[in-house]
Design a protein around this ligand. Structure first.
Ligand code: FEC
Length: 321
């Protein structure tokens, strides 16, 4: 069983920042002021733990898949043979904007004789600016190598019951830190994208984020919740809103005093969680007199590993010849 686990990527050190940012900007180097601003954001959080979390997630996923694989290649009624270790699950990691790049992971898989694989992204919601771009990178790499193996893609998992339950558990835990949970608002956030991209695929992305939020809210019986967006780019175009800071301002004006924020668009902790939520949104909340608690990220927790293992297994066995 071969798996390609993909994620956004983050620079390992400051020296890689300019290349990383250029890659995010589709090969256009950022103006010095923007680069400096991004550098400051990384300095403020100390370091993004995204690489370490994803490698740990990959190791755990590999372990979980191997634990689930049948120990014998034939049923016990016939002559059972222990599974050939070459059939063990193997999880390769590929990042979108930093080493280990997706193309490199695909090349390594081809060199190691992979004949088919499942590809999954550590991001639950489909959009033209996220999952579609990961898929393009895989397709391009395969094309350049002459299609050495076939890939089944996990497109999205925003409504997977295990994923919804895992997020709900973190939100519930955060609500224990709120004095009056009935009056608090729970904000479900995801990375904003330009409205142009939202319209281009008929609003699939905000619909999926809304569906995750609704499923979690329903499971917990939340009286007050809404979707808000975070981390919009500094460009002239319009991005999905409302931004989490504006939503806090709006609700504070109507009497909000306590709130929970759950970054459902991101399974892991990283710059956009530590800076945009823990620093910026918390500062906005403090200025407004709102006590803001962030629900923990899933990171490499066992319940998230189980969700990914389930998705991989389904794709692998459904895609079996
Ligand atoms: O910890 C880290 O260093 C990396 C954190 C990180 C994650 C992430 C995930 C998503 N992004 C998505 C969309 C866009 C669009 C643009 C864009 C730009 C940036 C910049 C940084 C950055 N993103 Fe990101 N994103 C992360 C970090 N992102 C840094 C550049 C500076 C800035 O604008 O703040 C605009 C550029 C473009 O045209 O592409 C759009 C989406 C996700 C969630 C799915 C995923 O994880 O792939 C959507 C993590």
């Amino acid at each position: 069983m071969n798996v390609l686990l993909m994620y956004y990527g983050t620079p390992y050190d400051e020296g890689e920042l300019a290349d990383y940012y250029t890659d995010i900007r589709h090969g256009h180097a950022p103006p010095p002021a923007l680069l400096e601003e991004l550098r400051e954001r990384y300095r403020l959080i100390g370091k993004s733990p995204l690489n370490e979390i994803t490698f740990s997630l990959a190791r755990k996923l590999e372990g979980e898949l191997n634990r689930r694989l049948p120990r014998f290649t034939r049923g016990l009624a016939t002559a059972p043979e222990p599974r050939d270790p070459r059939d063990d699950a193997r999880v390769y990691v590929g990042a979108k904007h930093n080493a280990p790049y997706i193309a490199g992971a695909v090349r390594q898989m081809a060199e190691e004789g992979v004949d088919r694989a499942v590809a999954v992204v550590a991001a639950p919601h489909y959009s033209l600016r996220s999952i579609a771009e990961y898929r393009e990178r895989v397709d391009l790499a395969l094309d350049e190598l002459g299609e050495p193996f076939t890939v089944r893609f996990v497109q999205e998992y925003y409504a997977h019951p295990g994923y919804v339950a895992a997020v709900a558990e973190r939100v519930n835990r955060a609500l224990w830190r709120i004095r009056d949970p009935e009056r608090a608002v729970v904000y479900f956030t995801a990375h904003s994208i330009p409205l142009r991209s939202v319209e281009a695929d008929g609003g699939v992305y905000p619909d999926q984020v809304e569906a995750t939020a609704q499923a979690v809210a329903q499971r917990l019986g939340l009286p007050r919740w809404r979707v808000a967006w975070q981390s919009a780019g500094r460009t002239d175009e319009d991005w999905l809103g409302p931004d989490i800071n504006d939503a806090l301002r709006e609700d504070a004006a109507a009497g909000l005093r306590e709130a929970v924020v759950a970054a459902v668009g991101f399974p892991a902790d990283h710059l956009e969680v530590f800076y945009d939520l823990d620093f910026e949104a918390r500062q906005t909340a403090a200025e407004l007199g709102v006590h803001l608690v962030r629900a923990e990220s899933l990171n490499d927790a066992d319940d998230y590993v189980a969700v990914l293992a389930d998705l991989v297994e389904r794709a692998w066995y459904e895609g079996a010849p």
